[in-house]
Design a protein around this ligand. Sequence first.
Ligand code: EPU
Length: 429
Amino acid sequence: MEKLLIEGGHSLNGTVQISGAKNSAVALIPAAILADTSVTIDNLPKISDVDILAELLEEIGGKTELTDDTLVINPENMFAMPLPNGRVKKLRASYYMMGAMLGKFKKAVIGLPGGCNLGPRPIDQHIKGFEALGAKVTNEQGAIYLQADELIGARIYLDVVSVGATINIMLAAVRAKGRTIIENAAKEPEIIDVATLLSSMGANIKGAGTNVIRIDGVDELHGCRHSIIPDRIEAGTFIILASAMGDSVLIDNVIPDHVESLIAKLREMGVMIDVADDSVFVRANHNDLRSVDIKTLVYPGFPTDLQQPFTSLLTKAEGSSMVTDTIYNARFKHIDELRRMGANIKVEGRSALINGGPKLQGATVRASDLRAGAALVVAGLMANGITEITGVEHIDRGYSDLENKLKGLGAKIWREKLGEKELSDLKNS
Ligand code: EPU
């Protein structure tokens, strides 16, 4: 196991290239199961979630070949192998194996990861959708069993706007008989990306990116080639980093519309940002930031996945800022760590009140989840002295080459192996 070390206080300059979207990749890879011939996915981020999903496809008989940022998936010999345990439990997004395997084989057994660091993350809406399409769904010893004689299109109203449920129902419905209508669907860009891949495979989907998606089932789907959209959360994280410590930073390969809510808030704080067709240039004003309030919402609102890194930035803004997460009520695990670094933050219910101003101090902190890790990297770059971050495996799950990208901007960041004592402290914690 490793830890990240950051010597804070150095300003960032230069250009950073944004990789393909993690939250698209983790859906597109399972989606390839639905095809009958090879699917090639380009612009993949180099993250451990991608490796695990490729291994899962091998477990069910697929052939995969990952070179650089391209994955070729040959689904010809895949079969409905039950996956109640093992790798499947390593990442939450393996729930997309349910929709894809159900759509292809009319059955699936998928183990679910246990409780997650963001609080309860139910999948009742995914199951409601599968049942509406005609599947029998049971939960036995932590694995979901799905079985259908036939999948038949249905009208499904989501009680909660859910990215995962919207995508999972699309995956199950593209090869169902007849028309499926998903109402109150999520509108995130990753949903459009998945619909684009499925359409290139021959699916008939209309309305992805709006709150009503119509799918006319087809009998067969074929292989295709697809390039993933840029990761708006990685882009947002770098925009926040540049706002915190940048003199002039160009964040390249971005769809600026996808980060509009973030840019609006940063401008409100006094950050100077220029937007071009596919890049964002931050001319930071980082010694004179104003406090702001944010509330996370479904897309196109302020994304919950940027709430944690944004909170770190707010510790630098003079005055009080309020952060409210309406999507996850327990996404505040980074706050104890920020307090260790000297931040003055109070959490009440779904909100955190940040009294910004005093400079953070380097400390030893632990990333409890992916975006908490990003928050600590932002904090470490801002702080005086050295910050040591453990729990790096969470960061490696979702940020492609973070250290090298930061080094390229002039950050002092490196990795070290954990010592014996740190390993035993970790075991006992
Ligand atoms: N929800 C339900 N029932 C369901 C599904 C969701 O009550 O059946 C609730 C959740 O508890 C949550 C809200 O609905 O309060 C939204 O959850 P959603 O289903 O949209 O989240 P998800 O699909 O599980 C994806 C991203 C998350 C991101 C959320 C919200 C992937 C693999 N994950 O999760 O990304 O936070 O959408 O935008 O796409 C991350 O990247 O760090 C991350 C956690």
